[in-house]
Design a protein around this ligand. Structure first.
Ligand SMILES: O=C(O)CCC(=O)C(=O)O
Ligand SMILES: [Fe+2]
Length: 238
């Protein structure tokens, strides 16, 4: 267990073969904590799940919205981990107030995307149950096109690196790698660890290994800065 990790030693977990900045902390939680968290996720009431194409999710803490999130108290089982991760001082002195739970079966994934402006630009992820490969892509350049005769790059050409996220690990993404690149998970059932996987020296798996995916649950823990104080406007209602 590595719960004693402090803000001061976070730089020791920097993935130095990737653009700044990604941090990978293997075995951040114990197998018992992993089991506990999975039990809580699957104990949640059925309507808590939203089925999307390629994954299903639970949203905790409120729905992020451009006008502000109506904040909801996190359940204790999530608050323990939002507190523990916030103590690493990765949210600019703030405490995480939002958790997205994603469940991916083998063969499922998430399209390359940016996380958008509603979140503080640091995302932290605890992986449960299975490994996955998180892929990073150069964005499609906005100024490409006829004038300079550029041929648009294929997705494979834009794929610059991948990171192996093993179960029980904590992953932290911020700065340029978060802001400039897209991230996604290919809908694969297995992964071969090739030269594009940039954090293998921090992993248990070896280069060349072929890993079969099982069901992965990720806890994506973030800080939503713009919050509406629900109690304030409800208090005005007669
Ligand atoms: O499951 C993951 O690790 C990534 C999820 C993600 O990118 C997101 O929810 O925005
Ligand atoms: Fe994302």
């Amino acid at each position: 267990m590595q719960t004693e990790i402090s803000a001061a030693v976070l730089e020791n977990f920097l993935i130095d073969k990737a653009p700044r900045a990604a941090y990978y902390i293997p075995e951040y939680i114990t197998a018992a904590e992993e089991e506990y968290l999975l039990r809580q996720v699957y104990n949640a009431p059925k309507p808590k799940w939203t089925q999307l194409s390629g994954r299903k999710l639970q949203n905790w803490g409120g729905l992020p919205h451009p006008r502000g999130m109506v904040s909801e108290k996190l359940p204790t089982w999530l608050q323990i981990y939002t507190d523990r991760i916030s103590s690493l001082d990765v949210f600019g002195g703030n405490c995480a107030n939002h958790v997205l739970v994603n469940e991916y079966n083998p063969g499922e994934g998430i399209m390359p995307h940016e996380d958008g402006p509603l979140y503080f630009p640091t995302v932290t992820t605890i992986s449960l149950g299975s490994h996955t490969l998180l892929d990073f892509y150069l964005p499609i350049t906005r100024d490409s096109g006829e004038e300079n005769n550029q041929v648009p790059m294929t997705e494979e050409q834009r794929h610059v690196l991948s990171l192996l996220l093993e179960p029980r690990s904590l992953f932290i993404l911020r700065e340029d790698l978060y802001k400039t690149y897209l991230h996604g998970i290919r809908p694969a059932t297995e992964d071969t660890l090739d030269h594009k996987v940039a954090n293998l020296d921090q992993c248990t798996a070896q280069p060349g290994d072929r890993l079969t995916r099982t069901t992965r649950v990720s806890l994506t823990i973030r800080f939503v800065p713009k919050v509406l104080k629900a109690a304030l406007f409800l208090g005005k209602r007669k």
